[in-house]
Design a protein around this ligand. Structure first.
Ligand code: GLY
Length: 372
């Protein structure tokens, strides 16, 4: 990248998209761009609050509020609280993803407005997430019902971004569970060379680890790009809460593994087995998450060479995302093209890629508000 893009200008384009679309997402939430409108526009179908992705549009609105102070970005506060409280009370789509869901809504609203109701709902969500903790194996079960008699259950890389809901809870046993999960994942999901499995099979009765697998990656033994990005950012966040140097070491080594496999345009292919010689589709969302991880590391480290390298790469990624993968159709809510959810769905826009792109831009504009 020859010169830096104008970060403020890009955030203003995103704000315009958010405001043009927010009426459509009143009590509804974007997921992935699986709809093409009649004009061939990339679009997010407004969905009910029942997926792991329901918090990313509210999260973008709240980031926009923290960057601008403009009231229209927080106008739906009550509807967010009502909807996310109902989801918790009615037990809709409950999994380890409670962290994604409640960090970017109730935790964010509490941080921005000190709203007591937001704090109470976040505390309840943290407790619900804690109930997924298996004390024998010291891990948080990703999916499925607890104590259902399954011969094995899964832990997954993505959980690393769900831990901050527990770290930020006032109940110390929640933070302890988060720290223990990060330790277990460091011996299972994270491989010796600091690449990662997407998932790991665990025996819920004995708590013992069985073997590594994948769910969204190319193969069990490969490294799914988004999973590696969850590891980098997740261990950086775990370090920020625990000050355990091993977590910082994992985040840096996993970041270096990712960095060494970036293609020429710095936006990763969906699995790190692919490269410019053997290309496949990209995952702009993995790139955006990775950039946030690098920028988080840059404020945690005291090694100036590493800090410089991580900031430079994050800027190159964000620059390339804008130059090559920004959706300039201002009537479309989709910000980034070329994301990946499940490979068989092809190249899509992703609500989470849009959120992490805005978070990376906010960080580059020196706004270090962190909902995680
Ligand atoms: N957390 C689900 C995903 O990254 O696709």
């Amino acid at each position: 990248m020859e010169k830096e893009i104008n970060y403020r200008l890009v955030t203003e384009l995103i704000f315009e998209k958010l405001l043009r679309n927010h009426e459509r997402y009143k009590n509804k939430y974007p997921h992935i761009s699986n709809l093409m409108s009649e004009g061939g526009r990339l679009d997010y179908e407004p969905m009910d609050n029942n997926l792991w992705t329901s918090s990313f549009f509210p999260g973008e609105m709240l980031l926009a509020y923290s960057l601008t102070g403009a009231k229209e970005f927080i106008a739906d506060k009550k509807s967010y609280l009502d909807s996310f409280e109902k989801r918790l009370n009615e037990h809709i789509g409950i999994s380890h993803d409670l962290g994604f869901l409640y960090s970017l809504t109730c935790v964010a609203l509490y941080k921005l407005t000190e709203d007591k109701r937001a704090k109470e709902i976040a505390a309840k969500a943290a407790d619900e997430l804690y109930h997924r903790f298996n004390r024998k194996g010291n891990y948080i079960q990703a999916w499925g019902k607890m104590n259902a008699g399954d011969p094995y259950v899964l832990i997954i890389a993505d959980t690393m971004l769900n831990l901050p809901l527990l770290y930020q809870s006032e109940d110390p046993k929640h933070a302890e569970a988060a720290m223990l999960h990060a330790c277990t994942a460091s011996r299972t999901i994270v491989r010796k060379d600091f690449s990662s499995f997407h998932t790991y099979l665990m025996d819920p009765m004995s708590g013992s680890a069985i073997e590594g697998r994948t769910h969204q990656g190319f193969r069990d033994s490969s490294t799914w790009a988004r999973g590696q990005a969850w590891i980098v950012y997740g261990y950086a966040l775990s370090y920020s809460y625990t000050k355990d140097k091993e977590f910082l070491n994992i985040a840096c080594k996993a970041a270096d593994y990712f960095l060494e496999r970036l293609p020429k345009d710095k936006v990763a292919y969906w699995d790190l087995s692919f490269n410019d010689m053997v290309p496949d589709i990209r995952d702009s969302s993995a790139a955006a998450i990775f950039a946030c991880g690098l920028l988080e590391l840059s404020v945690l480290l005291d090694n100036h060479i590493k800090i410089k390298k991580y900031i430079k790469t994050a800027k190159e990624i964000v620059g390339s995302l804008y130059e090559n993968y920004f959706n300039h159709d201002m009537n479309s809510p989709v910000v980034l093209t070329n994301g990946m959810y499940h490979r068989e769905l092809g190249s899509v826009g992703t609500s989470w890629g849009d959120y992490f792109f805005l978070e990376a831009l906010a960080r580059l504009l020196d706004n270090h508000v962190r909902f995680w």
